[in-house]
Design a protein. Sequence first.
Length: 85
Amino acid sequence: MPFGLTNVPAVFMDLMNRVCKPYLDKCVIVFIDDILIYSKDEKKHEEHLKAILELLKKKELYAKLSKCEFWIPKVQFLGHVIDSQ
């Protein structure tokens, strides 16, 4: 979806919020096409990753593997550094 059109980011953000609604603020944060999956421990993280990737696949939305980072203890997201502390 080209983001050059004025309303496209808002429409896509609405779509992502509807798709991820069951997990928002529980284990997922979404901002347009950026998705952050977070968990308290590795076992839960594996469950959350699987659930979100299956949800995206079901809705025919796909993550570009080259842009994904998995199992990292610290991440920069929307200009903030987030870690376990």
